[in-house]
Design a protein around this ligand. Structure first.
Ligand SMILES: N[C@@H](CCC(=O)N[C@@H](CS)C(=O)NCC(=O)O)C(=O)O
Length: 291
């Protein structure tokens, strides 16, 4: 095993700003705003401030699914928050999410705007507001919420643990990669066994549990995260693969994955979404065609 034992923690930790990590420029040991900046507000009842990462995609998929069901009150403006530029530390954003992380939602449909942060809370809020994708009682609701909260508790080990040490850390630390690869595979196995029993995570219906889990573990299974498909042998998780394919093929999921996306094919990037027609007219291939 690689020896990383030449580090002895000092008695009191101090902030080494340039630690070489990929996110060193935005990571801080303190919270709160770094600068004054109001958030823009569009014409729709729901204002979303986000980025097309797995946590952001959960919410844009949910909103597109609600619109596909005919819930016109789910019309939304999706504003781009560039986290690598520190937009999440602007005073307006911090007022909507004191935790300075995307996604953050402002519901302006009532007399007083309601803020919601944390993607799981946003999914529950929208599901309850529109009466969709969350069973209303009994075992089905308990199952849905169990898998939703499973995602909220598990994904940090996948992203902050495995993904960070496998793909982003400035040095490859065998102990850390080994520890979190084991956990990522254990989590995939948890899902695979569940999806051997039922079509979707909460049972026979597609719910916010699937919407929350898909961008992380569906993305991992499809090879979109961390370049780790081969390393984690994701093709072995056959039930996760079947479930991920089914969700990937939903038209609302295809649309939701495009919103606030700033990488990949220009035709797959809709930086901001203010109208349903934007998917046809405002993708990056149309706004900034290659010269
Ligand atoms: N538990 C949060 C996690 C949100 C989160 O980690 N967002 C990341 C992007 S995926 C972020 O905004 N990072 C910016 C930062 O840490 O400064 C949720 O599910 O909403």
């Amino acid at each position: 095993m690689t020896d990383s034992s030449d580090y002895t923690p000092p008695s009191v930790w101090t902030w080494n700003k340039a630690n070489g990590g990929r996110f060193a420029n935005i990571n801080r040991p303190i919270s709160g705003p770094t600068h004054d900046k109001e958030l823009p507000v569009g014409r729709h009842p729901l204002q979303l401030y986000s980025l097309g990462t797995p946590n952001g995609v959960k919410v844009t998929v949910m909103l597109e699914e609600l619109l596909a069901l005919g819930h016109r009150g789910a019309e939304y403006d999706a504003w781009l928050i560039r986290i690598s530029d520190g937009d999440q530390f602007g005073s307006g954003f911090v007022a909507v999410n004191p935790n300075s992380k995307i996604p953050a939602l402002l519901d302006r449909s009532g007399p007083t705007p309601i803020r919601v942060f944390e993607s799981g809370a946003i999914l529950m809020y929208l599901a309850e507001k529109f009466g969709a994708f969350l069973p209303t009682k009994g075992g089905a609701r308990a199952e849905c919420l169990s898998w939703l909260f499973w995602q909220m508790g598990s994904a940090p080990y996948l992203g902050g643990g495995f993904g960070h040490f496998y793909a982003y850390a400035p040095t490859k630390i065998e102990y850390a990669i080994d520890r979190f690869a084991m956990e990522a595979k254990r989590q995939l196995d948890v899902l695979d066994r569940r999806l051997a029993e039922t079509e979707y995570l909460a049972g026979s219906d597609y719910t916010i549990a699937d919407i929350a889990v898909f961008p992380w573990y569906g993305g991992l299974a499809k090879g979109w995260l961390y370049g780790a498909a081969e390393f984690l042998a994701v093709q072995d998780y056959k039930n996760v693969q079947r479930w991920a394919d089914a969700i990937y093929n939903r038209p609302a999921v295809k649309r939701g994955r495009m919103v606030n996306r700033i990488q990949g094919e220009p035709s797959s990037q809709l930086h901001e979404r203010h109208d349903a027609s934007d998917f046809e007219t405002k993708t990056q291939d149309k706004l900034a065609p290659a010269s």
